[in-house]
Structures are given as structure tokens and as C-alpha cells.
Design a binder for this molecule. Structure first.
Ligand code: WT7
Length: 661
């Protein structure tokens, strides 16, 4: 049984907490099995970054080994955001994920194993087979005239072809932009146009439970507005006919079969861009986060190795979709660079029943499982009899990512999935950070349910009050980073000003994460969620401004404000306050039209749970919508509305509470 400790009373933390120290016997096999080893390495990564990172760079295979790790001038006007890593190094990411494993005895080791929603749909590729398919696809890209630096859009469900497309893009030095299959045609078109993709790889259909989603149809709608796209490759999954444009569209499998299975990897500069991934911020439009080759790959692979304590025979399953950063770093690049077998599953976690994930773990003897709190909470609701009917004893490490994991869900994960013997690893990071930034090392850190524990090598966090002074222990504030790390984003595609403004202006000289956090008296980090207008719905990151702009797109809407309320499964749920234009009496038809509008412009994931019509929104005298107030009203926390003296019209609050239009 875990030890219990009593913390000094502090309103930030629970007064009584559970702690789970590492078990000595099991830790012996860990890469880092005593805390002093972590501390030594961590401190060295900050004290002698140059030596530390050049040594770490030897984990990758280079065509030209870099002479220098980090270049930046912390005191220059450009500060932390002007940095390069391994600048004179030359390498290829797909070579690191594939070719090098063909000569170290792993050629017949499974690289990727796919499980479809339909139980019989299983596909497995060895490193050699994956290498072959990636080479064929690279040759196809080349035959289409796609060159180094060109952009490739990948709009696919979870499938091996998505992984091949990412690796083939990296092989030829193109830049991929993966768009989550849950986004609508309009959202897809914005992303394609913003970075001018030349090709889209999609599939005819994908299944979600009993529902079919027609990705190719969405693509066709999107492409009416996307003149840059010359080619479409379609991964055919369904026997039904799929409409094809003979001048533009080809079937993926037919085309790659014609190609040679050899393609030499393009030698690339360490700082050449590897991919763009669009993510939401506090502004109305998504931002194209740019990651580069070497720093990103090193961060992803090194963190994957240490945080999941990866061993040669691991069977590793991360449930993320390739459309999100977790799918990039911890389904594809990190595991494959480490020569680790990566499992992927395309389907609902509760289809045909809530035991599906546990069944996959049992049947494949998964050793490391990495998922999101929202999945844990939704399966927790179904009761422990589901996991208890499967033998889950193969599991060693259980990861969590995407949002804060509440102690209840943590404990359930620990007890019923991990059977009280696995390490539960809460990993905090962001699309922008490229890889894990704060997480416990399984072999040496004491776990606390709800805490993300310690910073990864080279990561130097600081927590600040709004006025820029440093918070005391146990005091919540704004989480910032004091220096660049290898996996840090390099810019926002085509918008350097926005890059600087978004991340480096609130706290000059520092990277601002947008998250709130505090450090407890032991030095462990606790993350509390966003402090800006970004929300996290079932692990999907959305900007409230984006949803508001979709709502006001409807001709009957004058104004909209979207906030989030706590949700026991999704973490947060969306609540929209909508003011119709003068003379419009809002009704159910308008409400349904608004749901449809958001689905059309962004996708189903962004549709608000609740729309409350209001004759006006609470604003300050200077015209700023008071979102904090709206959040409290939406959460029915009326007693604690705080200072409303700056409101232009205090009567609005009464009406909002009463739900009067
Ligand atoms: C935001 C980043 C990191 C990959 C998936 C999400 C929240 C993420 C945690 C965690 C508390 C977390 C933060 C962060 N977040 N992981 N372990 N504990 N919050 O990537 O879509 O870029 O979202 O997700 O608020 O800023 P993303």
C-alpha cells in the first residue's frame, strides 16, 4: 500500500495526499533508477547545456555530426525565441526512424501494428516493410514533382498510411501538415490554403462506432477553394464507390505499387522545417506551429525513452490520433526513432463495448499505455468490471496527457488498469513544446495523483505572478520557460510577429505557456489548466475566439461569447452566450442552425453543449466582454461574481442569471 503523508494546509492542494514512491526492485531495470541520477543529469543539462546536448545528439544518426548544440543570445533583444539547435548538423528523420534499424538487427521486428475497429482488421509492418512502403510513397511524391520544402497535407484517420505519409514527407524533405479527421471541410481548406499544400492524402471513409465519416467528400468540398492542390491520394477502405476526379485523384495503394522500394533519404539541415501543425490560440484563427528536424526528433525520442522507460521488447500503445501533436511525437517519431514497436487503434474506445481498450491491451500484451484523462474518465464511468475481466498484467507504465488528470481518475487508472503495480506518468506539454516538458521519471520519482512532477532535461520552468515577480512555493501563477529546449517550436508559419506576440511578450525574455501551475514544497509541479481563452474539450484544444467567430458568421447573430464549464467526463464543456441581431426572436431553429454552423466551420468537436440567448453581454465600460463573469454564470456560481463595478450595465447580470432574454 502507498504511504500517506499529511501536507501543511494550503488551499491549493488537498490537505491529505497519497504518494507512491518507486519500488526498488522494479526500478533496478529503469534507465534512471535513483533520484540522484535524475538530479545529476537534469542539473548538468542546465549547467553545461552544450556538452549535455552534444552528447545526447549521439542518440541520433547523422550524415554530418553537429559541432555545436545551441546557438542563442539570451541577452539580445530577440532573447529566447531566436535559437537554433545543432545548426551545422545534417541528418534525415525518416532515416533515423527506419533505415538505421535495418542494420542493427531490427529489420524483422514489428515497427507498427494496426488494429481497426473491426476486430479482424489487423495489419503489421516490420521495420523493413515500413521502410519499403515509405520509400515507394517518397518516390511517388517525387514523381509528382514534390520537392524539399513543399507542403503535404495529410487528412486521414488513424492508419499506417498516415504514418507512411509523415515519414515519406520527411524522407524527401517536404513539410507535412496533418489535419485531424474530425475537422470540417472549411477548417481543412483554411489549413491547406494557409501553407499552400500541393497534395492531400485522405481516405474514402473512416468509421466511428456505427457511423461512417466520408473524408474524401469533405476533401472535395474543401478543394473547391484550394487552388494550390495538384494531387489527391485516396486510401481506399470501403468497397463502395468513391468519387474521383480523373485529373487530380489517384488511389494510394494502386500508385505506390508501381514505385520502386528504394529511395535514398534527402540530407537535411538540422533546422530545416519538418512539419507544421495547426493549433488553436486565443485569436480567431488557428496558428501553424512549425517544428524543425533535429531538435524536435531528439526531444521526442529522448523523452520517449526516459519518460516511458522504453526497453527493447516493449509493446507500446499510444491512443492519440496523428492529427494531434501526441500522435506526431509519441505515436510516430519518438517510438520509431527508438526502434520501438508502436501500436495504433482506429475506432471508438467503447466499441463494441467499454472493454475494448482493455481487450487490446490483453491480446497484444501491451507494456506501456499512453492515453488522455478524458478516455480514462469515460471508461471509469462504466465500472471496473470491464478492466477486471481482462488480464492486464503485461502493463508496466501508464501515461496520461492532454489536460490535468484529476486525482480520482488517476487513482482509478492506478488501481484498476495498473493493478496497483504500474507507474502512472502524468505528462505535461504542448503542441508548441514538441515533446514532454514536465513528467515523473518512472524509476526514480515519487508519484502524486494529480501532479506532473519534474521537468525534463534542459527544461527550466518558472512560475510568475501577473506582475512578473516569481511565485512562492505552493502559490499558483503563470507557467513560463526560462530558456529554449531542443523541441521548442521555431515559429508560426508565415507569421513571425504572431509567434513573438503570442509567446514572448507577456513576460519579456521568457516563453509563456498559457498554463497556470504551482510548485509544491517538494519541488513537484501541479498544472491547473489554461489561463487564457483556450479550452480543452475531451483533450481537443480549441480557442473560444474561433468558436465565437463561427457563431457570429450566422446572419442572425450580433455577438457571441464562449466559455467553458467543468465537465466530469470531457474535462471542460462549451457554453455559448449568443446575442441575436435586433428584431430577431431566438428559437430552437436558430439554436440548431448555430450548432450546424459551428459543425460546418470547425467540426463536431467544437459544437457547444449549451447555447444561452441573451439580449446583451456583460461588458466593461471600455467595451471588453467580461468572460470571467460569464464563466461563473455558466457554472451557476452566482454567489461569487466578484467585482462587477466596472460593468457598463449591471442589470444584464440579473437577466443572465434568470435566463431572461
Ligand atoms: C495544453 C496543450 C501535449 C499534447 C496534447 C495537448 C493542456 C496537456 C497536460 C497535463 C495539465 C495539460 C495544457 C496545455 N495539457 N497536458 N498533463 N496536465 N494540462 O497538446 O493541444 O497543444 O494542448 O493542454 O493546458 O497548454 P495541445
Amino acid at each position: 500500500m502507498p504511504a500517506r503523508i499529511i501536507e501543511n494546509s494550503n488551499k491549493n492542494i488537498q490537505s491529505e495526499k497519497l504518494i507512491f514512491p518507486p519500488e526498488k526492485e522494479k526500478s533496478m531495470q529503469s534507465h534512471i533508477n535513483v533520484e540522484s541520477k535524475y538530479t545529476d543529469m537534469y542539473e548538468r543539462s542546465l549547467r553545461e547545456p552544450e556538452k549535455f546536448w552534444i552528447e545526447s545528439a549521439a542518440e541520433l544518426s547523422w550524415f554530418k555530426f553537429p559541432k555545436k548544440a545551441l546557438k542563442y543570445s539570451p541577452n539580445s533583444e530577440l532573447g529566447i525565441f531566436q535559437h537554433t539547435w545543432f545548426e551545422d548538423g545534417i541528418l534525415n528523420v525518416s532515416f533515423n526512424c527506419l533505415d538505421r534499424h535495418l542494420v542493427n538487427g531490427k529489420e524483422n521486428k514489428p515497427a507498427i501494428i494496426f488494429q481497426g475497429q473491426n476486430e479482424k482488421e489487423v495489419k503489421s509492418y516490420t521495420f523493413k516493410e515500413l521502410h519499403e512502403e515509405v520509400c515507394r510513397l517518397s518516390n511517388l511524391f517525387k514523381s509528382y514533382g514534390i520537392n524539399k520544402g513543399d507542403r503535404i497535407c495529410i487528412y486521414l484517420p488513424v492508419c499506417i498510411e498516415a504514418v507512411c505519409a509523415m515519414l515519406a514527407s520527411s524522407r524527401i524533405g517536404a513539410i507535412h501538415s496533418v489535419v485531424f479527421g474530425g475537422f470540417s471541410a472549411e477548417a481543412l481548406a483554411y489549413r491547406i490554403n494557409h501553407c499552400q499544400c500541393k497534395i492531400v492524402i485522405t481516405s474514402d471513409v473512416t468509421v466511428r462506432g456505427k457511423k461512417k465519416i466520408f473524408l474524401k467528400k469533405e476533401t472535395d468540398i474543401a478543394l473547391q477553394e484550394c487552388p494550390s492542390v495538384e494531387h489527391v491520394l485516396v486510401v481506399k477502405k470501403d468497397p463502395d464507390l468513391c468519387e474521383m476526379n480523373p485529373h487530380r485523384d489517384r488511389f494510394y495503394h494502386e500508385e505506390i505499387a508501381k514505385m520502386s522500394p528504394d529511395c535514398s533519404p534527402e540530407p537535411l539541415q538540422a533546422e530545416d522545417p519538418l512539419f507544421i501543425l495547426y493549433t488553436s490560440g486565443s485569436t480567431g484563427k488557428p496558428k501553424g506551429v512549425v517544428h524543425s528536424q533535429a531538435g524536435y526528433l531528439l526531444h521526442a525520442s529522448l523523452s520517449h525513452k526516459y519518460i516511458f522507460d522504453i526497453r527493447e521488447d516493449d509493446r507500446y500503445w499510444c491512443t492519440a490520433d496523428p492529427g494531434w501533436i501526441t500522435g506526431h511525437s509519441y505515436v510516430v517519431y519518438g517510438p520509431l526513432a527508438n526502434g520501438c514497436t508502436t501500436y495504433i487503434y482506429d475506432g471508438l474506445p467503447d466499441f463494441p463495448d467499454p472493454g475494448r481498450c482493455w481487450k487490446i491491451i490483453k491480446e497484444n500484451k501491451i507494456t506501456v499505455f499512453y492515453t488522455a484523462p478524458t478516455l480514462i474518465r469515460s471508461l471509469m464511468r462504466e465500472g471496473e468490471s470491464w478492466p477486471q475481466s481482462y488480464d492486464l498484467s503485461s502493463l508496466r507504465i501508464l501515461g496520461s496527457v492532454g489536460e490535468p488528470i484529476n486525482p480520482n481518475a488517476w487513482m482509478w487508472y492506478y488501481q484498476f488498469i495498473g493493478n496497483n503495480h504500474c507507474r502512472v506518468i502524468d505528462t505535461w506539454w504542448q503542441t508548441e513544446t514538441g515533446g514532454i516538458m514536465i513528467a515523473p521519471f518512472p524509476g526514480c520519482h515519487t508519484l502524486k495523483p494529480g501532479s506532473a512532477s519534474r521537468p525534463f532535461f534542459g527544461v527550466e520552468p518558472i512560475i510568475l505572478r501577473d506582475d512578473g515577480s516569481e511565485c512562492a512555493p505552493n502559490e499558483s501563477g503563470n507557467l513560463c520557460m526560462k530558456r529554449p529546449w531542443p523541441g521548442m517550436m521555431r515559429t508560426i508559419w508565415n507569421d513571425r510577429d504572431k509567434f513573438i506576440e503570442t509567446y514572448f511578450t507577456q513576460f519579456p525574455g521568457l516563453y509563456f505557456t498559457g498554463d497556470g501551475a504551482f510548485i509544491d514544497s517538494d519541488g513537484d509541479y501541479w498544472l491547473s489548466g489554461r489561463v487564457d481563452d483556450v479550452v480543452n474539450i475531451a483533450g481537443h484544444r480549441l480557442g473560444t475566439a474561433e468558436i465565437e467567430s463561427a457563431l457570429v458568421n450566422h446572419p442572425s447573430v450580433a455577438e457571441a461569447a464562449v466559455v467553458s464549464v467543468d465537465d466530469s467526463i470531457k474535462g471542460e464543456a462549451l457554453y455559448a452566450f449568443v446575442t441575436p441581431i435586433r428584431d430577431c426572436i431566438p428559437d430552437e431553429t436558430l439554436r440548431n442552425e448555430l450548432f450546424t454552423e459551428v459543425r460546418k466551420i470547425i467540426g463536431a468537436i467544437a459544437v457547444p453543449q449549451t447555447i444561452q440567448f441573451t439580449s446583451a453581454l456583460p461588458k466593461t465600460r471600455s467595451g471588453k466582454i467580461m468572460r470571467r463573469l460569464l464563466k461563473k454564470i455558466a457554472s451557476k456560481k452566482y454567489e461569487d461574481l466578484g467585482d462587477v463595478s466596472t460593468l457598463a450595465d449591471p442589470l444584464i447580470i440579473k437577466n443572465l442569471i434568470k435566463g431572461i432574454f
